[in-house]
Design a binder for this molecule. Sequence first.
Ligand SMILES: [Zn+2]
Ligand SMILES: [Zn+2]
Length: 428
Amino acid sequence: MGDSIHAELDRRCAEVAPQVVTWRQHLHRHPELSNREGATARLIADHLTSLGLDEVRTGIAGHGVVGVLRGGRPGTRVIALRADTDALPVTDLCGTDFASTAVDQDYPGGPFPVSHACGHDGHTAMLLGAATVLAGVREQLPGTVLFVFQPAEEGPPVTETGGARQMLVERALADPEPTMVFGVHLTPHPKGHLAYRVGNQYAASCLVKITITGRQVHGSTPWQGIDPMPPAAAIITGIGQLYRQVDANHPVTVSIGHLEDIGRFNIIGEHVTLWGTVRCAVESDMAEVQQRLARLAEHTAQAYGCTATVEHLQDVPAVNNRQEWLDAALPTLRRVVGDERVVETGGALGYDDVSEFVNAYGGLYLMLGAQDSEFDAAGNIVPTPGGRGVVPNHNPRFYLDDDTLPTGVRLHAHLAVDHLAGRIEPPA
Ligand SMILES: [Zn+2]
Ligand SMILES: [Zn+2]
C-alpha cells in the first residue's frame, strides 16, 4: 500500500460525493430525536448491506448500527470510524429548501420540533460515504474497519438508557476490538479546516435534576403552604457563586436550561424541578462541583422551609486527545486537508460521548469546520463577509456547507487506510 491507494481513495471519494450530499439533505429533512433514530438506522443498515460488508449489526443500544468490513490482506489492526445519528428538539431555521418541518408528537416532555442542529446528518452521510469508498478497496486492506453509527449522542430521555456507553455495555465493539477510534464533529470553524486540541477537546458533562419540595396551596395564601419557587430562584442565582469556588483557570459551567412546575399561575405547587447541565474542562473538578451544587441546593431549600434532592445523571467523560495519537496522525491529517488547514484550538465545554470509545480503545476526535468563517488575527472565528455567518451548534440557524462533506469522507478513508497499514500508531 502506498501513494497509489491514497490517490484511489480520493478518486472514489469524489465519485461518492454527490450521493453523500443527497444522503445528508435527506437525513436533514427527516431528523429523529435521541433513541428514536429508527428510519435513520434503516437507511444506514440498508446501505451497508448493499455494500456487501461482512456483518451489519443492528438494534444496538436502540438504533445503533455497526458495519464490519474485513480487508482482503492479513492484518491485526482494527479501526472504528464513528458517526452519531440523532437530532435535537430545535426548530429548523437553517434557511434551505431541505429544512426540517418534523415534529415528534410523542417524545417525553414534547411535542418537539426536530432538526439536525448539531450536524449529525453530516456525520452520518460522511461515514456512509467512507463505507462506500473503503468497501471498494477492501481487497487492499490489511485489517478490519468498523463503521459505528451511534444513536442518542445528545442524551436519551432520562428514563431510558442509550448512547455510546450502552453500545459498549452491549459489546458492540468487542469483536474484533478496535485498535484505534476516529471521528470528527462538524463545527462553525472555517470550511475545510481541521481543529484539534491536545488534552481535553470537550468537557466532562452530566445532567443535573434538582427537585424542590414545598407544600401546595392557593396562590393567594402563600402563608398557608410552603412555596418552592423562591428557593428555586435562589438556587439558580446561587449557582453563579459556584464558579468562584473552583480554580479560575479551570473552565466550568452550570446551566439550568429547564424549570418545571405545576403549570398554573394561581397555584403554589408542591414541587419545582430544575433540569440543567454541568460541564468541567478538567475532569477531576466534576465530583467537587456536583458536591457543591448539591450542598447549595439542599441548604438553600432548607432556608425557605423546603427540601431539595439533587440527582446527577448521564455523566459523560471528557474527550481526551493524547499527544502521541495526534503526532502519529498529523501527517495524514495534513495530507488530507492541507498543512495550513490543520489548526490547534482551545478546548470547548461542549461534550461528546465518543469519549467512551476513545477512552476505551485510544484514538482521536477532531473538529471539521463547515461554515463561512475565517480566523482573525487573534485566532477567533469570525464571519466571512458576504457568507452565511457563524452559527453555533444547537442554534436553530445552524447550517453546514455541503461542499465540505467530501473532506470528511476523505478523512475517514485515509485515517482508516493509514492506521491499518501501521502508519498511525502511538509508540508502544
Ligand atoms: Zn450536539
Ligand atoms: Zn453533536
